[in-house]
Design a protein around this ligand. Structure first.
Ligand code: TXA
Ligand code: MG
Length: 423
């Protein structure tokens, strides 16, 4: 990694860098690993490139996309580019290939460093510290702590980002600086910010291996970069401390729009009184008003779901592991006797000693995880393999508490389960 956040390739297996660079510069979308889930990435500055993402995913185009950058310099530079349209500027110089030099519309504006320095000077003249003047100050500490990493922040829209990226939802753009070295290398090699939703077909569990991407989007992508299994396993945390939604009674009150890889507890520890007011956008099953006017559009659709119905058991704090295991067993029996399930997939947490008994005429496929973190890491792959490989006709997941990694994984599970949430 070079000082400006870009990458230099070492070793022999580097063809993927050249290949992804080529496809991305041609405004095609590719499958790309990140530390959370695999993304379906394309040039965020080009409308047609972004349109091809929605088309490949069969995603409703009113659901906005996250824009990925590979350095703070790249993010800042976006605020100094003209409106989208004619130009497709190359951002960064370290990985410039010979064909970039002088190619019309493809070179970074020669005075970009001067523009960035001017912005810093103006900020200092107004009493600021001259650091990242384009980025609202409220985010600076969060960026220092969690970037690169699984945190997405809602920022003002740079005029170079076309409206199609926003899905028609206000004048903000969600940005993320991923930690995965392959994602960072690909972004920095093409020199473009990349719009990238999770690379699943819309409504399916998010992909945490290249094989999942291939399964869902076979034949629709020129390239999928395979870097093994994703570390985190659930998507990034989407944090809004900027839009009007992040104000309550005139006070800044940051809001987690989607729990994810950075936990509520980690964000609530940031310095500053506003982080004591951190809230989580909660799907409210009884409020039709919220259902019709969701704060983040991802809330509207049934999500993350395999084709077998998913049942999730919400744990009660007072119950012991043995009591939980007994309740899981009761639910297995009920799925067989009341719903006629013949093959039941079970995802059990911290129940290593407990042996689940298959009801008569029923087969069990039991998978065990140690804790919430392991559940988050493996849940999407488990949902997929129970469905597609083990062909179960119902999936029962023992849920976890909402603390730390538990919040994100329970958010995904209750959506996958739709209304089959058991207490
Ligand atoms: O970990 C991740 O975030 C992955 C990887 C590929 O980076 N990406 C991902 O993207 O999960 P996607 O498109 O599946 O989810 C984007 C989420 C949606 O819930 C969307 O509504 C929200 O971010 N979002 C995007 N732009 C927004 C904005 N301007 N304001 C509020 N929410 C926004
Ligand atoms: Mg998604």
């Amino acid at each position: 990694q070079l000082d400006d956040g870009s990458f230099e390739a070492h070793g022999t297996d580097t063809q993927w860098i050249a290949d992804s660079r080529k496809e991305l510069r041609l405004n095609r979308c590719i499958g790309l690993p990140t530390e959370t889930v695999y993304g379906l990435a394309a040039n965020a500055l080009d409308e047609d490139a972004v349109r091809s993402i929605y088309a490949a995913k069969s995603r409703p185009s009113d659901n906005p996309l996250i824009v990925h950058v590979s350095s703070m310099r790249m993010l800042r530079a976006l605020y100094h580019l003209p409106a989208s349209g004619a130009t497709r500027p190359f951002l960064g110089t370290a990985n410039a290939a010979p064909e970039d030099a002088g190619a019309a519309g493809l070179a970074e504006p020669a005075d970009m460093d001067a523009r960035l320095r001017d912005a810093e000077d103006r900020d200092r003249a107004q009493g600021g510290d001259g650091v990242w003047p384009e980025i609202p100050r409220v985010y600076h500490e969060a960026i220092r702590r969690f970037w690169p990493g699984p945190l997405t922040i809602v920022l003002p829209r740079p005029q170079c980002i076309p409206m199609i990226v926003l899905g028609g939802h206000g004048d903000t753009v969600a940005f993320r600086f991923p930690a995965h070295p392959v994602a960072r290398a690909a972004i920095s090699a093409c020199g473009l910010p990349l719009a990238a939703p999770s690379a699943n077909a819309s409504g399916r569990p998010s992909p945490t291996t290249a094989a999942h991407v291939l399964h869902d989007l076979h034949g629709r992508l020129p390239l999928i970069v395979d870097a093994g299994t994703c570390d985190v396993g659930v998507e990034s945390t989407v944090l809004d401390a900027f839009s009007p939604n992040s104000r309550v009674d005139g006070q800044l009150s940051p809001c987690i729009l989607r729990p994810g890889g950075v936990t509520f507890e980690q964000l609530a520890e940031l310095a500053g009184p506003e982080w004591r007011r951190l809230r989580v956008y909660k799907r409210d099953f009884v409020s039709t008003e919220l259902e019709l006017n969701p704060t983040t559009p991802g809330m509207k659709y049934r999500h993350y779901a395999p084709s077998a119905p998913v049942y999730v058991l919400v744990p009660q704090a007072a119950r012991t592991d043995a009591e939980m295991a007994r309740i899981v067993q009761q639910q297995i029996d009920a799925l067989a006797s009341e719903r006629g399930a013949r093959r039941v997939g079970v995802v059990a947490v911290a129940a290593a000693e407990h042996v689940f008994v298959a009801p008569p005429g029923c087969t069990l496929c039991v998978h065990r995880v140690a804790d919430a973190k392991e559940l988050a890491h493996g849940i999407f792959a488990l949902l997929r393999s129970l469905d597609e490989t083990e062909h179960v006709d119902a999936i029962l997941v023992q849920g976890v508490g909402e603390a730390n990694e538990g919040m994100a994984v329970m958010n995904r599970l209750t959506k996958a389960a739709s209304f089959h949430v058991l207490c």
